[in-house]
Write a protein that binds this ligand. Structure first.
Ligand SMILES: Cc1cc2nc3c(=O)[nH]c(=O)nc-3n(C[C@H](O)[C@H](O)[C@H](O)COP(=O)(O)OP(=O)(O)OC[C@H]3O[C@@H](n4cnc5c(N)ncnc54)[C@H](O)[C@@H]3O)c2cc1C
Length: 387
């Protein structure tokens, strides 16, 4: 249900679009979209508002070719055999998965100008990837949801709670993403599902005043997993490292990348290498992205040889610059897995019809894609909405 209210102020008229819904979801990453799918399948009316101009949050894949759909991952890449929820969701959404390429030798880049060492036989745990990049998961989820219920470019800036339920102000942001033209500016909802990183939630005006005692401090203390990470990806016409008997895995004491892997978009196409950058976010921020980009490419040449010098294309993704994901504390602290136990607050939260989902909220596998799905499973299991 949608209504337009005309506010008359001195000489100006402001039109506010207000929408009523049963459930409002804040955040359109994996957790928010998976929660939306549960509501959609249960026939429960909802709206989902996402601050950024795209859905997916920390999930982001870059096309390797115009006709290849999604491609190499700039955010999450792997899930592991024990993570059954990810495997079930991929199968439910009809997505193909493949195993991370690890066959071949591993390289070690030593410090002090010593030669790169080659060690036999592929190493590392068996891990899975989504064909075409992890963003295929987001595209498949969005395709199953009613587009009229999803809005991006629509940030939540204020939340209040009263007898009538939740009243949420959206749209006017301090960041540079314009709100979509059809997006509501005020939403009134019976239930609120918070699906953004806890530290970002705590920046929403009014929210901490609505929360039970002790919870604001617990949310503020919860780190956002990988939020201060940066990745470099180089896409090549051929997997020259595989042809040389290398796995694409390399570990470095030189940097800027500390760990490099094969990042091809499928088992045998969209060939790419990626590395996690070891330069701390606080230091990276003081340099232009171009300097780091060049240093990463030079490092690939030092480790893998001259053919690494000419990728078709390369990307540097610095997550510490993503204003809707990272918080100052995430930049300042050493990376830590989130551990947040909401159980003490659940009775009060349920009375208020307030729910938390997201990777940082997960009771197990916190920080991972699997954790994001686990938190949605708990939401479904414990919320009166699905009773
Ligand atoms: C570089 C990198 C590598 C990773 N590698 C792996 C991996 O290999 N395997 C793995 O399992 N996990 C990995 N992760 C972690 C994984 O990405 C996360 O666990 C998962 O994507 C979190 O999903 P989420 O929906 O909980 O949160 P998010 O993806 O952070 O989604 C939250 C959404 O809320 C939105 N939002 C924030 N504030 C507001 C607001 N005020 N109003 C509206 N919307 C708002 C944000 O824009 C965002 O879209 C990696 C992460 C990164 C960054």
């Amino acid at each position: 249900m949608s209504a337009h209210y005309h506010l008359q102020t001195k000489g100006t008229s402001i039109t506010t679009t207000t929408q009523d819904t049963h459930v409002l979801i804040v955040g359109g990453g994996l957790a928010g979209l998976a929660a939306a799918l549960e509501l959609e399948q249960a026939g429960i009316p909802y709206l989902l508002l996402e601050a950024q101009a795209r859905f997916g949050g920390r999930i982001l894949s870059q096309p390797v070719a115009a006709d290849a759909g999604f491609g190499v991952d700039l955010g999450p890449t792997w899930f592991w055999p024990h993570q059954q929820r990810m495997q079930r969701l991929c199968s439910q959404l009809g997505l193909r998965i493949f195993t991370q390429h690890i066959a071949g030798d591993v390289l070690y880049q030593q410090s002090g100008g010593r030669p790169v060492q080659r060690n036999g036989a592929g190493q590392g745990m068996l891990s899975y990837r989504v064909e075409g990049g992890t963003q295929s998961l987001i595209a498949a989820l969005v395709a199953r949801l009613d587009p009229a219920r999803l809005h991006h470019g629509c940030a939540i800036v204020r939340i209040t709670h009263g007898n009538e339920g939740w009243c949420v102000t959206a749209g006017a942001t301090t960041h540079e993403t314009p709100a979509a033209a059809d997006a509501p500016q005020l939403v009134r909802a019976r239930h609120l599902v918070l699906a953004a990183p806890p530290r970002k939630l705590m920046q929403i005006a009014g929210l901490s005043q609505c929360l039970p005692t002790g919870l604001p401090a617990a949310l503020t203390a919860t780190p956002t997993w990988m939020a201060a990470q940066a990745k470099f990806v180089a896409v090549y016409p051929t997997p020259f490292w595989r042809q040389d008997g290398l796995s694409g895995q390399a570990f470095s004491r030189v940097g800027p990348m500390v760990e490099i892997h094969d990042a091809s978009a499928t088992a045998d196409s969209g060939f790419a290498l990626f590395g996690f950058i070891g330069v701390p976010a606080g230091v990276r921020i003081r340099h232009t992205a171009g300097v780091l980009h060049e240093a990463c490419l030079n490092q690939l040449v030092s480790v893998f040889g001259a053919r690494a010098a000419t990728p078709d294309v390369s990307y540097l993704k610095d997550w510490a610059r993503e204003a809707w994901i990272v918080s100052d504390n995430d930049v300042d602290e050493s990376p830590m897995h989130p551990e947040l136990d909401l159980s003490a607050w659940l009775p009060q939260l349920h009375r208020m019809k307030m729910h938390f989902v997201g990777s940082e909220i997960a009771a197990e596998e916190g920080g991972y894609l699997e954790g994001a799905l686990g938190s949605v499973e708990s939401f479904k299991r414990t919320s009166e909405l699905f009773a």
